[in-house]
Design a protein around this ligand. Structure first.
Ligand code: 5GP
Length: 203
């Protein structure tokens, strides 16, 4: 495939993601990392495919039958992982559409990037007791989005096998709080520190 041919052979595993963040990421202020060129606006499908395979390798023995994420940036990331699990992806919706079912699980989530609250909903048809769910999201900061998705699984009676994150900002408390609750949080790149001079990763 085209993306395999383009990858340098000496980069393997999630070093690819760290390199991409180093070369294409932009640090905004002290708290926000912008990765629009490969994850949040334009999508590097080859990279996300490698990331999906890596997520699968971590959770392969967990009998995952569903991946749950939140719109919008989590969707591509989740779908490229789902092809390795052979399962479907459900994404929580943020806005109430006129054609939305009334029969939904719902919870309020505070948005890190927009600074406001939104209602995350999942139609009851698509999440059930008996589902073994892997939660996935592009970023982990304070853990509000992940906690919202956990709450939707709790309402459905579904089992959460773990949480996969593309980029965790390790200097913000979300990862530590989720791990303290006992969840297997697998973050593919953990930013230890960042400034306009660059990004350092936890090794
Ligand atoms: P949390 O809910 O863990 O505080 O923040 C995670 C959510 O906020 C993710 O769904 C992501 O969309 C967004 N987010 C948090 N931090 C960043 C960041 O540094 N850059 C980008 N692009 N999104 C972020």
């Amino acid at each position: 495939m085209y993306w395999q041919a383009k990858r340098p052979a000496f980069l393997f595993g999630m070093k690819l993601l760290e390199e991409k963040i180093k070369t294409h990421g932009k640090v905004i202020g002290t708290e926000v990392l912008k990765v629009d060129s490969f994850l949040n606006h334009q999508v590097d499908v080859g990279l996300l495919c490698e990331m999906g395979k890596d997520v699968y390798n971590h959770f392969a023995d967990c009998a995952v039958n569903k991946i749950l994420t939140v719109e919008a940036s989590g969707i591509g990331y989740a779908c490229l992982a789902a092809q390795f699990f052979g399962c479907n992806v459900v994404f929580a919706k943020k806005a109430k559409a006129v054609n939305q079912s009334a029969d939904v699980y719902k919870t309020t989530v505070h948005s890190f990037t927009h600074g406001n609250d939104y209602t995350a909903t999942v139609d009851k048809k698509y999440l059930s007791q008996g589902d073994r769910v892997l939660i996935m999201d592009d970023f982990l900061a304070r853990g509000e989005a992940a906690n919202g998705l956990l709450e939707l699984c709790r309402q459905a009676g579904a089992t959460v096998v773990g949480i996969a994150i593309a980029i965790e900002k390790g200097f913000q408390p979300g990862g530590e709080n989720l791990r303290a609750q006992g969840y297997d949080v697998y973050s593919q790149a953990i930013v230890a520190a960042m400034s306009e001079d660059g990004v350092e990763f936890k090794q």
